[in-house]
Design a protein around this ligand. Structure first.
Ligand code: KG4
Length: 341
């Protein structure tokens, strides 16, 4: 049996998990900082790193207690080392160094984005590589070519806002709470599509041909703003939310279709905070039937958000490959960090 500890502190969640054999979750603790950041409607780096520092030791103690194992049972400590807020990543990195030093176990440095995709290993046998990794979160709207553990290449990216960011910004103009994704989804869900007229928002990137795969959501955000101004007397929040989602998700499924056509890869793994959205899950399921590919995404919504379990899970596979780092390993805000070290 292999026991691994996963540490996640890249943004606004402090999280620790203990995983057995890369697939059995023994414990997962997450402290969300949302309440500290919501007055600013965004993550404030200084607040984030201070909160990680305050919470990380108690989260570690709770996770170890729940797991029923001892530190001396651990085979590796995995930690998110990039991309993320540097001050926050350093808190997790320092904890990993201490555990490694005291208990003599190797450190596995993990790419946060890759961990989001590999987390499906906690719910099922991993499908064979290569995969198309669709990552939709607060910081990403991208499609990756994922050929094997530690081998992730970007295939498509956003020109401007990420999808999660668009949800958050649009929900701000609709005066919904932060972070806006779940609130906007709830508004969209109560809209009756049977009485829906034409979509007030234009199709995104309609000028793009089949060869060009990219995301862009800032135009949609502006379109929502103008529509809201034009209907300021009685803003139809549910209708706006419904058509915002419809327009935004159409670009997602279109890009998945293009990525499959371009690469011939028919295994799609979708992940990130926005995958908590039920309408998006359904749209992807429909696209799967239409374009005939294998689709995987975390069943449990807790695995969509930032969490230590995904770090411990990917850490296991990297540990098996002996991808260890020394105590002097670095953290980085860059997502192509592995190409520059
Ligand atoms: O992956 P994640 O937890 O962390 C960051 O990237 O920071 O993603 C957070 C993002 C936020 O923008 C949030 O609004 C969005 O995921 N999100 C959702 C839903 N739940 C969270 N977006 C749409 N629908 C949801 N139900």
């Amino acid at each position: 049996m292999t026991y691994g500890l996963g540490i996640e502190s890249s943004c606004d969640e402090t999280s620790i998990a203990i995983v057995r054999d890369g697939k059995d979750l023994l414990s997962l603790k997450i402290y969300s900082q949302i309440d500290s950041h919501s007055p600013y409607r965004g993550v404030v780096p200084e607040i984030a790193s201070r909160a990680h520092l305050e919470k990380i030791n108690s989260i570690l103690a709770e996770a170890m207690d729940e797991s029923g194992i001892e530190f001396s049972d651990l085979d590796y400590v995995a930690v998110t080392s990039y991309p993320g807020l540097v001050g926050s990543l350093m808190i997790g990195a320092q904890l990993a160094r201490s555990i490694s030093l005291v208990f003599g176990i190797p450190i596995v440095a993990v790419n946060h984005l890759e961990a989001h995709l590999a987390v499906i290993g906690l719910e099922r046998e991993l499908p064979p590589f290569p995969w198309l990794g669709l990552l939709l979160s607060g910081g990403n709207s991208s499609i990756y070519l994922y050929k094997g553990f530690g081998d992730l290449q970007i295939l498509a990216d956003t020109r401007d806002d990420s999808l999660g960011e668009a949800f958050d910004k649009v929900s701000a103009v609709l005066k919904l709470p932060y972070p806006g994704g779940p609130y906007l989804e709830a508004k969209a869900n109560v809209y009756n599509p049977a009485k829906a007229g034409p979509n007030p928002f234009p199709k995104l990137l309609k000028e793009d041909g089949e060869d060009l795969i990219r995301f862009s959501y800032s135009g949609l955000k502006t379109a929502v703003l103008y529509y809201l101004k034009a209907n300021a007397e009685n803003p139809p929040l549910e209708k706006i939310s419904y058509f915002f989602q419809k327009t935004a998700f159409e670009l997602v499924t279109r890009n998945v279709r293009k990525a499959i056509a371009q690469t011939g890869i028919r295994t799609v793994v979708a992940a990130g905070g926005v995958l908590a959205n039920e309408t998006l899950r359904k749209q992807l399921e429909k696209e799967k039937e239409r374009s005939r590919f294998d689709l995987f995404y975390p069943g449990k919504k807790i695995y969509c958000t930032d969490n230590g379990a995904m770090v411990a899970c990917l850490g296991y596979h990297l540990w098996k490959q002996k991808s260890f780092v020394g105590l002097d390993f670095k953290v980085s805000p860059k997502r192509n960090f592995e190409q520059i070290i």
